[in-house]
Design a protein around this ligand. Structure first.
Ligand SMILES: [Zn+2]
Ligand SMILES: [Zn+2]
Length: 88
């Protein structure tokens, strides 16, 4: 018997909306329930460390940081993904 209350499967955990056709995503071993992709993205998608946009594609990972694109990675000063040396 688990003491953790299990949320109603049809309740979106982001906005609390009740939906009869929920979107169930297993993420890092946990079952997450949403009413829409937008809510799932809001809860699960990482955020670009430079521009703050949601990364819904593959993104660019540089060490522990994640960016939406290589441009953000370079602009944030993370040199690992640069393909050429800076001009100065
Ligand atoms: Zn929702
Ligand atoms: Zn970005």
């Amino acid at each position: 018997m688990s003491t953790t209350p299990t949320p109603t499967p049809t309740t979106c955990e982001t906005c609390g909306n009740h939906y009869d056709r929920p979107l169930v995503i297993e993420h890092e071993g946990r079952r997450r329930t949403f009413d829409s992709f937008e809510c799932a993205i809001h809860a699960l998608a990482p955020t670009c460390e430079r521009c703050g946009c949601r990364i819904v594609g593959h993104g660019v990972q540089a060490g522990a940081s994640i960016y939406c694109c290589a441009h953000c990675s370079a602009a944030a000063g993370d040199g690992t993904l640069r393909d050429r040396a800076p001009a100065s």
